[in-house]
Design a protein around this ligand. Structure first.
Ligand code: ADP
Ligand code: MG
Length: 326
C-alpha cells in the first residue's frame, strides 16, 4: 500500500473511534488470524457490583461469625487494593454503613487477592487458588455457594482469618452490549477467538458461552498472560484450560527449537495493567480507551468506545486499506 493509502486508513480509523499508532499497526492488523480477549473490562463492562455475602456455617464448638463480620473484614482487606473487585467491595461496605477495621502490613498478591494483618489477625481475601495455596480448607457450604455463583458468571472472593475460611463475597459484572456481536463478526471473518482471564474457570466459561467464544484460558496469573499469547502464536497452546501444565517458564517452547517460526498471528485485546505484557507481545495489541495507561501504552490500537465491534472494524479497515481479501 502507498503511504497515502495508509494515511487515509489511519484517518478513517480515527473517524470510527480507533486510534491507530502508525502505519505498521495497520500492516499488522491485516494478517491476524486469532483474537485473544481479556474478560473483565474487555468483554464485560468492568463495572463490578457485589451480589451476595455468605458466611461459613457454625461448626461444632464455634458459632458462625455473621455476615457483618465477613463483610467488614473483606472490605478492610480490599481497602488495600485498587483492583476493580476491591473497589466494588469497598463501595458496597461503605453503602451498608460498615466501618473498616484497623489494619496494617497490606500485601497485594497479583492474580490471587490481598493479605493484611487486621485487628492483630493474619487475614486474607482472594480466590480459590489463593485459599489452596495457603492450604486453607473451604467449607463444603461455601464451595457450593461459590460454584453456583461462578456458574452464573460471578467472581468469588473468599475471606479467611486465623487460619479459617469464614465466608465469601460474590461480585459480578455485565457483558458489554456489543461483545456477542463482535465475536460473531470475528468468526465470520474466519478468525479464531480465545478468552484469556485471571478469573476462575466456571465464571470464564459462563461468560464465554454467553458471547460465543469456545476457547478459554482461565485462572491465568498476570505473569502468564504473555506466555499464553506466545504459545498461541507458536501453535502449541492446546485447547483451553488446563493449558499451563508445562509450568510458567516457557522452557518447553525454547527447547523445541521453534523460535522464530510462527504458526499464528495473534491480536490481544485488553484493558488492565495485567494485560500490558501480552498486548506488547501479541502481533497486534488492542487496548480499551477506558483501560489503564499501561495497557494503552503497550498497544498498537486503542478503541475509543467500549465496543469490540471497533476491533472488527480495525481489522476490516486494515484488510481493505492494504488490499487483502482473505
Ligand atoms: P483479570 O483482570 O484477568 O480478571 P486479575 O489477574 O486481575 O485478572 O485477577 C485474577 C483473579 O484474581 C480475579 O478474578 C480474582 O479472583 C483474584 N483477585 C485479584 N485481585 C483480587 C483482590 N484484590 N481481591 C480478591 N480477589 C482478587
Ligand atoms: Mg481486564
Amino acid at each position: 500500500a502507498t503511504p497515502t493509502a495508509l494515511l487515509a486508513g489511519t484517518g478513517r480509523g480515527a473517524q470510527l473511534g480507533i486510534v491507530i499508532r502508525g502505519p505498521e499497526a495497520l500492516e499488522r492488523a491485516k494478517t491476524i488470524d486469532t483474537v485473544v480477549m481479556d474478560k473483565t473490562g474487555t468483554l464485560t463492562k468492568g463495572e463490578m457490583a457485589v451480589q451476595h455475602v455468605v458466611v461459613a456455617p457454625a461448626t461444632d464448638g464455634r458459632k458462625d461469625v455473621g455476615t457483618d463480620a465477613v463483610l467488614r473484614r473483606v472490605a478492610t482487606l480490599e481497602a488495600g487494593s485498587e483492583h476493580p473487585i476491591a473497589e466494588a467491595i469497598v463501595a458496597f461496605a461503605e453503602q451498608a454503613g460498615v466501618e473498616p477495621e484497623a489494619a496494617d502490613d497490606f500485601q497485594i498478591i497479583p492474580g490471587l487477592g490481598v493479605r493484611a494483618t487486621v485487628a492483630g489477625q493474619a487475614s486474607l481475601a482472594g480466590n480459590a487458588a489463593l485459599m489452596e495455596r495457603e492450604e486453607l480448607v473451604v467449607p463444603a457450604e461455601l464451595v457450593a455457594a461459590a460454584h453456583s455463583a461462578a456458574d452464573e458468571g460471578a467472581t468469588v472472593v473468599f475471606v479467611a482469618w486465623q487460619a479459617a475460611v469464614r465466608g465469601l463475597v460474590t461480585v459480578s459484572d455485565e457483558i458489554a452490549d456489543t461483545s456477542q456481536r463482535a465475536i460473531e463478526l470475528f468468526h465470520r471473518m474466519g478468525l479464531r477467538t480465545v478468552m484469556l482471564t485471571g478469573d476462575n474457570e466456571r465464571a470464564a466459561r459462563h461468560i464465554a458461552a454467553q458471547v460465543g467464544i469456545d476457547e478459554v484460558h482461565a485462572q491465568v496469573l498476570p505473569q502468564q498472560k504473555l506466555e499464553v499469547v506466545t504459545r498461541l502464536q507458536s501453535g502449541d497452546a492446546g485447547q483451553g484450560v488446563p493449558g499451563l501444565e508445562g509450568g510458567s517458564d516457557g522452557s518447553g517452547r525454547q527447547a523445541s527449537g521453534q523460535q522464530g517460526r510462527q504458526e499464528h498471528r495473534v491480536a490481544m485485546i485488553g484493558d488492565g495493567v495485567n494485560d500490558a505484557a501480552a498486548l506488547a507481545g501479541a502481533d497486534l495489541g488492542i487496548s480499551m480507551g477506558s483501560g489503564t495507561d499501561a495497557a494503552i501504552a503497550a498497544s498498537d490500537l486503542t478503541l475509543m468506545r467500549h465496543d469490540l465491534v471497533l476491533a472488527v472494524d480495525a481489522i476490516r479497515l486494515a484488510r481493505a486499506t492494504l488490499g487483502t481479501i482473505r
